[in-house]
Design a binder for this molecule. Sequence first.
Ligand code: PHB
Length: 361
Amino acid sequence: MEALFEPLRMGELRLANRIAMAPMTRSRADADDAPDALHVRYYSQRADAGLIIAEGTYPSVHGKGYCRTPGIATPVQIAAWDRVNASIAGQGGASRVLQLMHVGRAASRYNKPEGAETLAPSAIAAHGSLYSDSQGMVPMEVPRALETSEVAGVIDEYRQAALNARAAGFDGVELHCSSGYLPMQFLLACSNQRGDAYGGSLTRRIRFVVETLEAMAGAIGAGRVGLRICPGNPYNDMQDDDPLATYGALLDAVDPLGLAYLQVSRSPQPGLDAFALARRHFRGALILNDGFDGASAAQAIAAGQGDAVSFARHFIGNPDLVSRLRAGQPLAGFDRATLYTPGARGFTDYPVYAAAVEVQS
Ligand code: PHB
């Protein structure tokens, strides 16, 4: 287990240990799409992580697609995130990164504020549905294809969001380029049929992601910017015939930027080793994700597969995950039914180990 508890420097980020809290949509933002006192508590409870990557947060209202997800676009949202960060810092302090998540076509108008549009590289809907508070399950809608002249504006929203995140006390930001959201929609031909500089060849399909990372890095420094990928992830109706080629080319273009880290999720495609692919094409720090327990995480780090491991599910039911792993205590499960429901239940009410044992005895 010792490998998990070594400190780590990634760009400008300093981690006290190799355990990261993976970004998780929990759908509890308030009426202003801002985090509230519950988020202050939720994240502070988990402040002994080496790194907290806060939940997917929209850079502009057009990037919102699910209900009750937060933004980092208004003064109210910035002030609210600042309260979260001040509290985490006061607890001793995980490093803090905000995941910037623009869903593109993976959206419904029923989850968007007035005046927000569903925008994507091409007017191709994702087959599937998502939940809205007002309508229940609704199909994801046909997006409007961005005009060539509009793409720079979308990239600028990410640049501004990176600055806003810094103003809100985050140490950095992560570009969400997985799960069939906007950056991944540019990356793959299934959702990108553009004939301009942002579509067609693979070189053109990776351009949006590279320019967005350049804009974010230009604003706050490359050493404060991370990227998240999951090669071959079919979520939200994505299809990639050659993930090795797609992500090899992407990472070759991204590597010279000198980003703080790459967070890479295990590929669901059999036979595709996304971790090895990432190590081959990216020289910066690697955060491995998906399906680890303490022992396998420590082993992967000791073997040099990655530099840190991010946990999602284990952080839901174990606010004290770091100390449980350190002490070899058993991990609690979590309740699926309250993953995305408003309120404290299933969010801030999971007990730490000592309290859980006390209740049982
Ligand atoms: C994701 O970012 O991968 C994600 C976000 C929200 C969900 C599921 C997956 O409900």
